[in-house]
Design a protein around this ligand. Structure first.
Ligand SMILES: *[C@@H]1O[C@H](CO)[C@@H](O)[C@H](O)[C@H]1NC(C)=O
Ligand SMILES: *[C@@H]1O[C@H](CO)[C@@H](O)[C@H](O)[C@H]1NC(C)=O
Ligand SMILES: *[C@@H]1O[C@H](CO)[C@@H](O)[C@H](O)[C@H]1NC(C)=O
Ligand SMILES: *[C@@H]1O[C@H](CO)[C@@H](O)[C@H](O)[C@H]1NC(C)=O
Ligand SMILES: *[C@@H]1O[C@H](CO)[C@@H](O)[C@H](O)[C@H]1NC(C)=O
Ligand SMILES: *[C@@H]1O[C@H](CO)[C@@H](O)[C@H](O)[C@H]1NC(C)=O
Length: 476
């Protein structure tokens, strides 16, 4: 469909352009570029330098597939409307001071498939409106936290297929990056990560964090983090379960698909899946010896009060501080408090989630000790729903129509023979370093595509919606 309509529509647009009064015609389009509306494409033009006179009206500038090795300071300063800048597939190995000076309107910056070795603190100075940053397919070994801290508008950032061994997780905070919801760090060289800093990332960042296909070392701290995400159905563990691998310490050849082979972590104290207590929703009591527990609504939960004072022979008295009902020194339905301090919730409700703190007091010796358990009660799994195909088809048509327009505007073709074939922007597509236009697609499409494009590092997935419980409760 796309290719059949393209010539006709292109001719139509060209005609419109020629019919414009001379004053409205775009001024000064460099001869190697193609200018249409507010889009300028100089892609695959053999450029080794930035063209001097780039039209000042452009909103979208494509300089991809050239041989640029550096960007002069202020090179885009005379383009006040510039929002999308594509520099993919060039030979940039570093960015100098002021490369994006006075280009503060940029919203999307594509530097993928270059030769960048690092992201230094001055790289993105002033780009506070930037929403999407594409850096995959470079040789980046270090990212400066300061380079990211000014990007307060950032929504998605792609760092996959680089040489990162570490990432400045501590510079990503809710206050500094309130909109960030996708951070792709897959296919790098990460071995040990500061898992506490990862677990302290804002909830939306954790939900959209991709760390698969790294060279992680297997340990409990690592596993606990992925387990937390897996139990909540986050995108990365769900969509790339097979590519989450770690190597056993002391045996670098033993690669474990840790989301599939959980038995390697049976001795780690991680969140207890409800399934371990029986079938989902089965009302078996779960006696919790772990600092965190996750159950499904309706299950019976028992929280023990084993502390340093337990087993000392002294008579202990117990009080529990509960999230919903305040302090409890005796059972009150639906909660029971046993003589040994164990607290039982007969049928947990979602609003019973939170932090439970038990204090065991030895009155004679004036000693006390506390134990904290964090309880997460998940809503019961919804019954499987038939997918609404009518809606999908409609959405597919709309996306395709938009895709055709984007195709016409974004990828003008000088020669009619199209040296680089571009994928049609359709309702379903994964992202490849060679592509420029990302496409949205439905979760159903995502699953189909995942089969065929399992080798791709980056996927554009719709964010999962309406789920709470990203917080990491403090451990006792
Ligand atoms: C760039 O911005 C600075 C201050 O924001 C201004 O003084 C300067 O004239 C601008 N340069 C251009 C080329 O617009
Ligand atoms: C995993 O990462 C390596 C580089 O670290 C890359 O060569 C390989 O293609 C990636 N594999 C997948 C399945 O993405
Ligand atoms: C877990 O601990 C038990 C007993 O301490 C031990 O026998 C077993 O090998 C351990 N499992 C793993 C996977 O380390
Ligand atoms: C939780 O919600 C139920 C109703 O769904 C209510 O009966 C109960 O009192 C609530 N519990 C707390 C601790 O607020
Ligand atoms: C405490 O008592 C209850 C009820 O008798 C029992 O089920 C539970 O296992 C006991 N907890 C501990 C830690 O001994
Ligand atoms: C626990 O002991 C401390 C002093 O060691 C005391 O200040 C505190 O009030 C005690 N708490 C309870 C609940 O008894």
């Amino acid at each position: 469909m796309t290719s059949a309509r393209r010539p006709l529509l292109a001719q139509l647009l060209l005609l419109l352009l020629l019919l414009l009064p001379p004053g409205c015609r775009p001024a000064a389009c460099p001869s190697v570029c193609l200018c249409l509306s507010d889009t300028v494409s100089c892609s695959a033009a053999g450029l080794t330098k930035l063209p001097l006179a780039l039209p000042s009206f452009s909103v979208t500038l494509d300089l991809g597939h050239n041989r640029l090795t550096w960007l002069p300071p202020g090179g885009f300063a005379r383009m006040p409307r510039l929002e999308n800048l594509a520099l993919a597939h060039n030979r940039l190995d570093a960015l100098g001071e002021g490369a994006f000076r006075n280009a503060s309107g940029l919203r999307r910056l594509d530097l993928s498939a270059n030769r960048l070795l690092a992201v230094e603190r001055h790289y993105f100075l002033g780009l506070w409106r930037l929403e999407e940053l594409l850096l995959f397919g470079n040789r980046i070994a270090a990212v400066s936290g300061a380079a990211l801290s000014g990007l307060s508008g950032l929504r998605t950032a792609y760092f996959s297929a680089n040489r990162l061994a570490d990432f400045p997780f501590a510079s990503i905070r809710e206050r500094s990056h309130p909109f960030l919801s996708m951070l792709d760090l897959s296919s790098n060289r990460m071995r040990r990560l500061p898992w506490e800093a990862v677990a302290a990332l804002p909830g939306p960042v954790q939900r959209g964090l991709y760390l698969h296909n790294n060279s992680l070392l297997c340990d409990c701290a690592m596993y606990a983090v992925f387990r937390h995400w897996e139990l909540r159905g986050y995108g990365a563990p769900r969509d790339f379960a097979d590519q989450h691998t770690c190597t056993a310490p002391g045996n670098p050849r033993a690669t474990i698909r840790f989301l599939r082979q959980a038995r390697f972590f049976q001795n780690c104290s991680v969140e207890q899946p409800a399934a371990a207590a029986g079938a989902w929703g089965a009302p078996l009591p779960v006696t919790v010896l772990l600092p965190q527990v996750t159950v499904v609504a309706g299950q019976r939960v028992r929280l023990d009060c084993e502390t340093a004072l337990s087993g000392g022979g002294a008579a202990l008295s117990f009080t529990w501080r509960t999230p919903g009902r305040g302090p409890l020194a005796a059972g009150a339905p639906p909660l029971s408090l046993f003589a040994n301090g164990t607290l039982e919730i007969a049928a947990a409700e979602v609003n019973d989630s939170g932090s439970y703190v038990c204090t065991a007091a030895d009155g004679e010796r004036a000693l006390n000790a506390t134990r904290e358990v964090s309880v997460t009660v998940l809503p019961p799994p919804p019954p499987p729903e038939a997918f609404n195909t009518g809606y999908t088809t409609l959405a597919g048509c709309v996306v395709t129509a938009v895709g055709v327009l984007v195709y016409l505007y974004m990828t003008p073709c000088r020669c009619g023979c199209c040296k680089q074939p571009r994928p049609p922007a359709g309702p379903a597509s994964t992202f490849d370093p060679g592509d420029i236009a990302p496409a949205l697609f439905s979760p159903a499409g995502a699953r189909d595509r995942r089969e065929t494009h399992a080798h791709k590092h980056v996927a554009f997935l719709e964010p999962a919606s309406g789920e709470e419980g990203t917080d990491w409760p403090p451990e006792s």
